[in-house]
Design a protein around this ligand. Sequence first.
Ligand SMILES: [Zn+2]
Length: 271
Amino acid sequence: MLPLPIAETWYQATQIDADTTLIIEPHVHVLEQANMWLVQGRDRDMILDTGMGVVPLRPFLDHLRRDPDKPIVCVSSHTHIDHIGAAHEFETRLVHPLEAEEMARPSGLHSLFRRDMPERLLQTFLDAGYPPIGEMLIEALPHEGYDPESYRLRGAQATGLLNEGDTLDLGGHLYEVLHLPGHSPGGIGLFERTTGILFAADAIYDGPLIYDGPGMSVAAYRDTFAKLRALPVTTIHGGHDPSFGRERMLAIIDAYEARWASEEAALPRET
Ligand SMILES: [Zn+2]
């Protein structure tokens, strides 16, 4: 095994606005380096997605929070390995009903090693334009003596469910739940109507979208994109990559729809 360097810090936080903080794991391969969003409300805080779970997230978050004694609700936008790693550290854990079973007992990627990833999936990632993965999904160790073999995606039983049309009120931030399948069956977004901010998670992000992986559906993506087009959004905070505005969102959607149309046109037709 190649010796990996030791990371100075595992998590990295960037303040986005007064109440919103973006957290990433800079030493995770870009493919699985998800955005975690901390929003601090008047009555409670929210963490949207919890990364890979390589090391505990809660102590880092509590250090960032204005009041670490305030309740915090953990929302999982969907249940891929890079979004639910630390969900078990939170007392309140919400997810869409279609992915509650997957969150409780994860059946997809569960290890840090490339050898545990299906070849077809690796090819999908390469085809989408992601750089190749080395031996492992991490490019540094979180601390001296960390054994990557000991990593397992634990999963967590949901304590509540979020359906289309539900609202999540943090006090000062009121989110509408949008069911945005395509990337995964129970993917959700959170929309704040007063500001036009959408936390879209992996329904749309400004990087290589993958649409033919396990559990993904182009038909569902099309419906989700139609829904997003009609939404009065101003800013989109995705599950990966930098945030973007409405114009960029429409350009990303256009590019995908054009690609699907050309793929369909290339299919052999019955005569
Ligand atoms: Zn995902």
